[in-house]
Design a protein around this ligand. Structure first.
Ligand SMILES: *Cc1c(COP(=O)(O)O)cnc(C)c1O
Length: 366
């Protein structure tokens, strides 16, 4: 069986360094808010090209706390509208609705699967105050066009970069383009911890300060609480593990690109559409998503032949039971088609033979 993602193998590559990090943290006797976190935050902000990085407990908190901080800072208020793509993981939407902000769904581009700048323009109304640009599958949104719109309309531009560590838009790394970005280091992400972890990057000092206070019970000084905060700290052990893996992120991304290139150059079957990549050195291929009108037949066929595949995502945000009672605004019709999308295995540790097996199987699919 070719697994969709073999996490054991992904982490085994760094086993010695991960064990050393564990021993260092264990013997330090210091497990929360210490040097491991500060060091990782510094290195990760430098990697992204942002001034600040604040660790959080997970990616949802990273996104949610950006909105919470903007509310505390008076830049957003109850009922303000945030534009979010309809094809995304539910965390993107929860970060908005958890803060009593209004979710407004926007269509995605048929070409890139990312939020579509033209649809953004059409969706802007008097209450629209922010855009959440989700860099889906490892590819940045069209940030030049989106930033122009945000600047012109005076909207906050927040990046959901949970699937796109290291991805670029016109040479600029995600996490340094919008006003703030949320990252997830969930184990399966391109930069994955050995548990839950996340971070916010921003170059806005006040925002970074506010989030740093929020994650620690709204407290800067022990037992003095400025805000109604939360507990969302990135612990020392996960920070130490992430520092190990951050050192190798570029070579991991290159390996993903090699797999993607093999797929794209060699899959040739009129029933399957591979992604059209404009800029190879900007996409980090968190997922490799093909299109097929007979998706479930293709998925069954792959499974019968020992290949796991997944669907990202089976439902649009508006179709989840969780949002059954949510009033989506008038005229909010999602037209983009996500019923043909299928994600093939891709990772930095995939065997060449497995990639070739998958290509041959797909080419034989009738
Ligand atoms: C994974 C993911 C998140 C949430 O990250 P967690 O660490 O699981 O909370 C948010 N947005 C997107 C697009 C994701 O893929």
């Amino acid at each position: 069986m070719i697994k969709f993602l073999n996490l054991k193998k992904v982490n085994e590559k760094y086993e010695d360094d991960l064990k050393k990090s564990f021993e260092r943290v264990l013997s330090s006797g210091w497990y929360i808010n210490g040097n491991e976190l500060s060091e990782f935050e510094l290195n990760y902000s430098q990697y992204c090209g942002s001034k600040y990085c604040v660790g959080t407990a997970n990616g949802l908190d990273a996104l949610s706390l950006i909105f919470k901080a903007y509310i505390l800072m008076g830049k957003l208020k109850d009922g303000d509208e945030v534009l979010v793509p309809s094809n995304t993981f539910i965390a993107s939407a929860l970060a908005v609705t958890d803060n009593n902000l209004k979710l407004k769904l926007v269509n995605c581009s048929e070409e890139t699967y990312n939020i579509d700048p033209e649809s953004i323009e059409k969706s802007i109304g008097p209450k629209t105050k922010a855009i959440l640009a989700v860099h889906l599958y490892g590819q940045s949104c069209d940030m030049n066009a989106i930033k122009d719109i945000a600047d012109r309309e005076d909207l906050l531009l927040i990046e959901d970069a949970a699937q796109a560590h290291g991805a670029k838009s016109e040479g600029k790394r995600v996490g340094s383009i919008g006003d703030a970005a949320g990252f997830s280091f969930y184990p399966g992400k391109n930069l994955g911890a050995l548990g839950d972890a996340g971070a916010v990057t921003t170059s806005d000092e006040l925002l970074a300060e506010t989030i740093r206070t929020l994650v620690n019970y709204g407290s800067k000084v022990k037992y003095e609480h400025e805000f109604l905060g939360v507990n969302s700290r990135l612990d020392e052990l996960q920070a130490a593990f992430l520092s190990v893996k951050l050192k190798h992120i570029e070579s991991d991304i290159s390996k993903r690109r090699e797999v993607a290139k093999e797929y794209i150059n060699n899959i040739s079957n009129s029933l399957i559409r591979v992604p059209n990549i404009k800029c190879w050195d900007e996409h980090v291929f968190h997922l490799f998503v093909v299109r097929c009108n007979e998706r479930s037949r293709l998925q069954d066929y792959l499974s019968e032949n020992g290949v796991e595949s997944q669907i990202h995502y089976p439902k649009g945000i508006q179709d989840h039971l969780a949002y059954a009672d949510y009033e989506f605004s008038e005229g909010e019709k999602i037209t983009h088609d996500h019923y043909s999308l299928l994600s093939l295995p891709i990772s930095p540790v995939m065997l060449e033979a497995d990639v070739q097996k998958i290509i041959a199987l797909i080419n034989d699919f009738k």
